[in-house]
Design a protein around this ligand. Structure first.
Ligand SMILES: *Cc1c(COP(=O)(O)O)cnc(C)c1O
Length: 469
């Protein structure tokens, strides 16, 4: 299996080679040359596999340059009960009306980013050790992604993490989660500024090619193909747990911002998984819902991006969307290049002519959820089933209801646990959430964080002094 760029300008590369890279050299995203196909018989033979063994089966189709025994060891190290609090890693729970919750938030940071990040931590360490190489991950976070990366890479050989966060602007829980890590290879840097300023520092340093090469600066951002591949696994797992016979269809509803999670559902479907619908749910930042409704993709700037009560979906430029558009255009890199040129020139591109195929060919439907919807869903779900859902998952439940069909299980992806977003739960139910027992004392643990002025030079010097070389 080799990987090419959505814009056609990259010689085919192996999985391990694209693993440590960000954008392809031509500005596109890495995609498999052809998608592996899983027959109905193979799928049936996977019933009863543990999550780790299923992950091996799926990922072995993508990481063909990693020997099978090694890959199996990596998936077993990533997906085990000591790291995930559920025996099944990803539990499936029934709600009402044919709806189910696919529990992707049993990992150390209580959000679905752990699902991909735990595998990434294992495979990064594996590839770096074999190459005798080191990597210094530099990133900025306003919450979920940074902590998932830190928990996945803590204590790993050959890799250090430098994670910038806006000083005083994350919740006490989020701060405690990141800053209480005492591992020597994890560096929390709180800058006196907002998230965008932290992000600008990352861009400035990663854009300095001399610095980037000398200190082997890397990233673990959402366009990383290994993350997308690792997420494909739980679509297969959900289907296997929700069905009992070959060919049965299920639908998935996915709270979306960056089009990362649901892209993996699209890939699973394209590999032959019997998926009827992929239901995309946005919050008030509904660029993607607008695309599926009109065929026009028009990203928005920071000033038009609302701060909502499902903050991890406050994204108005979906960085993984290009991979889906590549498929929509019949995998035509010239067409993709032209569309992104339109986007740069006009601020939008128009694929309305392909709109009839969005649902009939690809199964995509979409809807929007608002703050009032989230509160109502949190309350109604709790009253009807006793299950508490987080605000992002509530967006998924709200939109999923609009598309449930008799006889087709609707699996809503649970992207975070409610304990992470206690304020909104309190607004909905009139009382806060009790954190899971394992995290009860988290906020009183000693914290390890470097507070700095918002100055790229200060951050640069700190990395120079602490980088893995
Ligand atoms: C990141 C995140 C999302 C959005 O996922 P995308 O892959 O960006 O579409 C939704 N919910 C939570 C809790 C998240 O952390």
């Amino acid at each position: 299996m080799k990987y090419i760029s959505t814009r056609g300008g990259m010689a085919p590369q192996a999985f391990s080679d694209i693993l440590l890279e960000g954008l392809a050299p031509d500005g596109g995203l890495a995609v498999p040359e052809t998608l592996p196909q899983i027959s109905a018989d193979t799928l049936e033979s996977w019933r009863g596999l543990s999550y780790a063994d299923l992950a091996f089966e799926v990922l072995s189709r993508f990481a063909t340059d990693i020997p099978a025994d090694d890959l199996r060891r990596l998936t077993h190290a990533a997906y085990r009960p000591g790291i995930f609090s559920s025996e099944d890693i990803v539990p499936l729970r029934a709600l009402d009306d044919g709806m189910h919750l696919l529990g992707l938030s049993e990992g150390p940071t209580l959000a679905f980013k752990d699902m991909a990040m735990q595998f990434l931590g294992q495979v990064f360490e594996y590839v770096l050790t074999r190459r005798g190489a080191t990597l210094n991950i530099l990133g900025a976070t306003s919450g979920d992604t940074g902590s998932a990366a830190e928990y996945a890479l803590r204590g790993k050989q050959g890799v250090a993490v430098f994670m910038l966060s806006p000083h005083g602007r994350m919740s006490a829980f989020q701060r405690a989660q990141m800053y209480s890590l005492q591992d020597e290879n994890i560096h929390n840097i709180a800058v006196r500024g907002v998230f965008d300023e932290a992000q600008d520092i990352v861009k400035a340093l990663a854009g300095d090619l001399d610095f980037k090469t000398r200190y082997r600066i890397g990233a673990v951002n959402s366009i990383n193909w290994a993350r997308i591949a690792a997420q494909v696994v739980y679509y297969f797992h959900g289907w296997l747990r929700a069905t009992s016979a070959a060919g049965q269809q299920v639908s998935f509803a996915v709270p979306s911002g960056n089009f990362g999670n649901i892209l993996s559902g699209h890939i699973a479907r394209a590999m032959g998984l019997p998926v009827r619908r992929l239901v995309l749910a946005t919050n008030e930042n509904n660029v993607l819902e607008e695309f599926f409704r009109t065929g026009i993709y028009r990203p928005r700037g920071a000033e038009q991006t609302y701060a909502t009560s499902s903050p991890s979906m406050d994204i108005s430029r979906a960085s993984n969307f290009e991979r889906f558009v590549f498929d929509l255009t019949g995998r035509d890199p010239r067409r993709v290049k032209a569309l992104w040129a339109d986007l740069a020139r006009d601020g939008y591109f128009d694929l309305a002519s392909l709109k009839p195929g969005f649902e009939s060919q690809y199964g995509f439907v979409a809807g929007t959820s608002t703050h009032a919807d989230r509160l109502a869903v949190i309350r109604a779900t709790y009253d009807a089933t006793g299950v508490l859902v987080d605000p992002h998952t509530a967006d998924g439940v709200k939109v999923a209801r609009e598309f449930v069909e008799p006889g087709v299980p609707m699996l809503v992806l649970e992207t975070a646990l409610p304990a992470k977003f206690s304020d909104t739960i309190e607004e909905a139910l009139g009382r806060p959430v009790t954190p899971p027992p394992a995290l009860a004392g988290l906020e009183s643990l000693p914290q390890r964080v470097e507070v700095m002025d918002c100055d790229a030079q200060l951050v640069r010097r700190y990395i120079e002094a602490n980088a893995k070389v």
